[in-house]
Design a protein around this ligand. Structure first.
Ligand SMILES: *Cc1c(COP(=O)(O)O)cnc(C)c1O
Length: 383
């Protein structure tokens, strides 16, 4: 708690004060032990350390950095983003009613639909970026409202504050997947969310070499949060200590990386917006974007590194543009230091993604190099 007044750049760079007390190392060690000692009186030598399924100092250190960045009461890491999402839904009572934003990360929709059907949880999917649609869904009482902002891959912006008001009136908790925003651009709890979730596999780690997920809450004593913590401990969805250590290593540069990624993304969005070979650019940073005003209120320091671009022509031209790119790696995922391009329809052929939509994850390379790469690819792929 003592560092809560510090700014994100300081919290991140100094890993919330974590050092190696054993060796005096500036960098904390990686604690791999799965079990902990008792003394001759059979008392635990560290009462908070019994067994590694839920008790590990490397995991706790990474959680503390994230907790401070998020301004949260408590934070829990999970082995993947999906495991974090699953922990929330598994903590719901049977017969619960859930309102889920539609058109969000496909992995979430697919798993939540399947889980709710098996569990007898009533699921309603709604375009939460449409305030009146969300208000209508929240007219009946609910247990959980789940939104994702900016959403992946449509880049829709949801007003977290307004969603929290509607959710709370319906008796529900609001959970926000803020993966694309990162805790640097949006602290969702400050805007009224009860729980914020991120895939740490994305910008939080930022180097495309760790899978992880994170949940942070406003009220660590709430019944839902306690159930989530119990679920993690008892069902064992535990991130490994090495992964947690890598997440903390990645977090040290998160504010810097996010700053550069946002500047690069903005330059790319401006280049693509109005380009003769481009139909439209979906990016909340553009003044013409339907979510721009709300995004400007709830994102500070930039609009993120994720954007979608609908190119002119057909599927073949879109794939031709992708094929001609030399710097953007053709791969899924987002938030890493290297720029990626994805033809989303190939991955999700049945969910209404246009065959001409390319999702870009903008990295920290030189903006001019990235723009030049896109320019030559669009130029070369004749419409
Ligand atoms: C990647 C992603 C997830 C899932 O995270 P994993 O770490 O891949 O399990 C959830 N939500 C969003 C928005 C994502 O981009």
């Amino acid at each position: 708690m003592k560092n809560d007044h510090l700014k994100p750049a300081t919290i991140a760079a100094q890993a919330a004060g974590a050092t190696d007390t054993e060796t005096a190392g500036v960098v904390p060690g990686i604690h791999l032990s799965t079990t902990y000692l008792r003394d001759a009186d059979y008392a635990l030598m560290r009462p908070d350390n019994i067994y590694g399924r839920d008790e590990n100092d490397s995991v706790r250190q990474a959680e503390e950095v994230l907790r401070q960045l998020e301004g949260a009461a408590a934070t829990l890491l999970f082995p993947t983003g999906m495991a974090a999402i699953a922990a929330v839904f598994r903590a719901l009572p049977g017969g619960a009613r859930v309102i889920l934003q539609n058109g969000i990360y496909w992995g979430t929709i697919k798993w939540v639909r399947d889980f709710c059907a098996r569990r007898g949880i009533f699921l309603e999917e709604v375009d939460a970026a449409d305030a009146s649609a969300l208000a209508a869904a929240c007219r009946s009482s609910a247990d959980l409202v789940w939104i994702e902002t900016p959403s992946n891959p449509w880049l829709k912006t949801v007003d977290i504050n307004a969603a929290a008001g509607l959710a709370h009136k319906a008796g529900a908790v609001l959970v926000v997947d803020a993966t694309a925003a990162t805790p640097i651009l949006t602290r969702a709890l400050d805007h009224g969310a009860d729980i914020v979730m991120h895939s740490a596999s994305k910008a939080i780690n930022g180097h495309a070499d760790v899978l992880g997920g994170v949940l942070s809450c406003r009220d660590g004593a709430s019944a839902l949060w306690k159930a989530i913590a119990t679920e993690r401990h008892d069902a064992g969805a535990i991130i490994g200590p090495f992964e947690a250590w890598l997440v903390m290593r990645g977090l040290r540069t998160l504010p810097l990386r996010v700053e550069r990624m946002c500047t690069n993304a903005m330059a790319i969005a401006r280049f693509l917006d109005g380009h003769a070979g481009v139909e439209s650019v979906l990016y909340p940073g553009l003044e013409g974007d339907p979510g721009h005003a709300i995004a400007s209120r709830q994102m500070s320091g930039g609009y993120g590194s994720l954007m979608s671009v609908v190119v002119k022509g057909d599927r073949a031209r879109a794939l031709d543009v992708v094929a001609r790119l030399r710097l953007f790696h053709r791969a899924t995922s987002l938030g890493g230091v290297e720029s990626l391009v994805e033809h989303r329809h190939t991955i999700e052929p049945d969910t209404g993604i246009p065959e001409t939509l390319l999702r870009l994850s903008v990295g920290i390379e030189d903006a001019g190099d990235l723009v030049a790469d896109l320019a030559q690819a669009l130029e070369g792929a004749a419409a």
